[in-house]
Design a protein around this ligand. Structure first.
Ligand code: SAM
Length: 267
């Protein structure tokens, strides 16, 4: 296999920008080569240029999705950035007696740990109010993992022990070291492919949106359009969470900041 050239890398930068709105800086050449190299080997292709032709030909949509899956970074775990879950708990407690469904969107859910962490808090706090969680991502590979709901115990290091006991089944035998999210909880969580860089499908309105650790991959213009689309799905008075290293400063006038990574749509 020939090493990736600057021209070939530039074509993949364009490809992932067009497909996902992701901006890959010039320093990511080794990442592209490392992640896509196995696909060249699989198809017995000699160069990244040939692989680019293969996916750009229009005849192999599954391979296009596979390239998107490989070029996205999906790191996540249960109860990542716990402060948001404390805040979620307060909102869920406040909503527990109302009649209208409480809806939360995990807008770049990766393999589902964020969506199930939200679901555990809602199951714990909300009594009679109906509730649901939508987990979406551009990568179909991680969405399949979310629907399977099977994780290594290592991912649950930050999960409260009580939640692990109440909402997960610990594996034994061949499944030792794994956990399966309980069916009752899974029934409140749905996964679907949503590309944040494109107009959104009809997904309804939400009380809370988690848009965490995905804007770091977008340029300013893409961030602005993604935030406009996502914030439009919030109910008046709804909450919008971003990752602790992210900010909405300069990106939107539609939301008010209430804490460093927590915003609210005026009621
Ligand atoms: C680092 S993970 C963040 C997961 C989770 N929100 C968290 O904070 O732990 C970023 C996710 O964003 C997804 N992503 C990247 N671009 C996207 C796009 N345009 N539309 C939807 N999801 C996207 C990736 O596939 C990846 O799973």
């Amino acid at each position: 296999m020939q090493p990736i050239t600057d021209g070939e890398f530039a074509r993949f930068q364009r490809f992932i920008f067009d497909a996902a709105g992701i901006t890959l800086s010039g320093s990511k050449q080794a990442l592209v080569s490392g992640r896509l190299g196995k696909r060249l080997a699989h198809h017995q292709l000699e160069s990244f240029g040939e692989y680019f032709q293969y996916i750009a030909s229009g005849g192999h949509p599954d391979e296009v999705q596979m390239a998107v899956d490989l070029l996205t970074t999906n790191e996540t775990y249960f109860f990542r950035e716990t402060k948001h879950f404390d805040f979620l708990r307060e909102q869920a407690l406040a909503a527990r007696a109302r009649s209208q469904p409480f809806r939360v969107w995990s807008a770049a859910s990766s393999s589902g740990e964020e969506a199930y962490s939200i679901a555990m808090v809602l199951a714990d706090c909300i009594e009679t109010t109906p509730w649901e969680v939508l987990g979406t991502d551009i990568s179909t590979k991680v969405l399949e993992q979310g629907a399977r709901a099977l994780y290594t115990m290592e991912r649950a290091r930050h999960m409260p022990a009580d939640y692990l006991r109440r909402y997960c089944r610990k594996g034994t035998g061949d499944y030792a070291g794994w956990l399966l999210v309980e069916r009752e909880l899974r029934e409140h969580v749905r996964f679907a492919q949503v590309k944040l860089n494109l107009p959104l499908p009809e997904i309804g309105r939400f009380d809370i949106v988690f848009l965490r650790n995905v804007m770091i991959y977008f340029n300013e213009e893409t961030k602005r359009s993604v935030v406009a689309r996502v914030s439009a799905t919030l109910k008046p008075g709804g909450w919008f969470f971003v990752g602790h290293s992210e900010t909405l400063t300069g990106l939107t006038d539609a939301l008010e900041q209430v804490a460093p990574s927590i915003y609210r749509k005026p009621a």
